[in-house]
Design a protein around this ligand. Sequence first.
Ligand code: SF4
Length: 385
Amino acid sequence: MEENRDLSFRIGPIRPPSEANSLLIQVTRGCTWNRCKFCQLYRHTQFKAYSVDSVKADIDNMVILADRVRSHIDAEGQWDIDGLNYELGTIDSDAERQSYYMIANWLINGGKTVFLQDGNSTVLKGGRLSDVIRYLKQAFPHIERITSYGRAENLSKTTAEEFADLKEAGLDRIHSGFETGSDEVLKLVNKGVTQEQEIIAGRNVKAGGIELSIYFMAGVGGRALTKVNAEETAKVINAVNPDFVRVRTAAYKPGTELYDDWRAGLIDHCSDVEKLLEIRRIIELAEGVDTKIVSDHILNLLMDIEGHMVNDKARLLAICDEFLNLPPQEQKEFQIARRLGMVIRPSQMRLVGPGNMLHLRQQIDNYPGEREWEDHINMIIERYI
Ligand code: SF4
């Protein structure tokens, strides 16, 4: 009987923040590279590409769960949340409960977007990924957007025609962690890709008609390479014309090789000001692109940086300058208040109450040296990565 078998499906560990309400479908597990010095996400996971049949079996389970979830829509088209919760509570298996919860959350939020996991799904070649996507769209015809991660090195070996086939099947966007466009920094962090490969990859994705979202990790090359990190990344952005540049903040996390390099004195991490100056520089150098920059990570200093890199350039630079023009003490107060979740933008500092302000100033006093202070900020950031 259909009802008696386990209806769970695989769910991988991460997705971009922009896919918070997406259905997650794991077509691969782990990362094909697994050697970037700042990343330990899949360090203990052996890469596996799931067979098309096994992903389709997951999709079949999703369809059955979706029917069950939809049975909790009343005659007025409203969700019966109590009914959903009751059914959720009757499911014995943890995996099936998690799967039911994901489908319910997805459908309640519109059920329109899907993210294909894990770190490098586009490695599925020979029409296998297209096959999965077509099956998925047949199963859920209301899906409006399907996205996936793709590693630049792998994307550079995929032709524009292959991307066009994926687009035709229904793949709308590829997220790729370029992190930097600088060959020196790419080598330093062992990204396993070159600037040239990033440009080929980006152009092929775009030529195939798929949207491209690339990630820039401000400060990842440390102080010595802060200038090239920004300027060479700007070169890649201008050459590729990605749809999105998403900003991430570098932090050296214990357990990563980059942290060990820092402790060994081989690299010195950038301050928040230096990271922001990198972001400011890539905006300043953006030329002839139709690219939106988005600072959509909770650990970023300025989450308001969002807009068209060319058309909104003056406004974006002004957002950076609002912080950069603050006196050093006020910069520190904002740095810590931001990371403690008290504020989003510098202008909100006047809303911080006297008790909280005293707490912020005590923290600043505890780390009087500039490097001590930046090490403290690094520690706060890395805790949340
Ligand atoms: S390619 Fe991505 S997932 Fe793989 S090791 Fe590098 S950062 Fe981590």
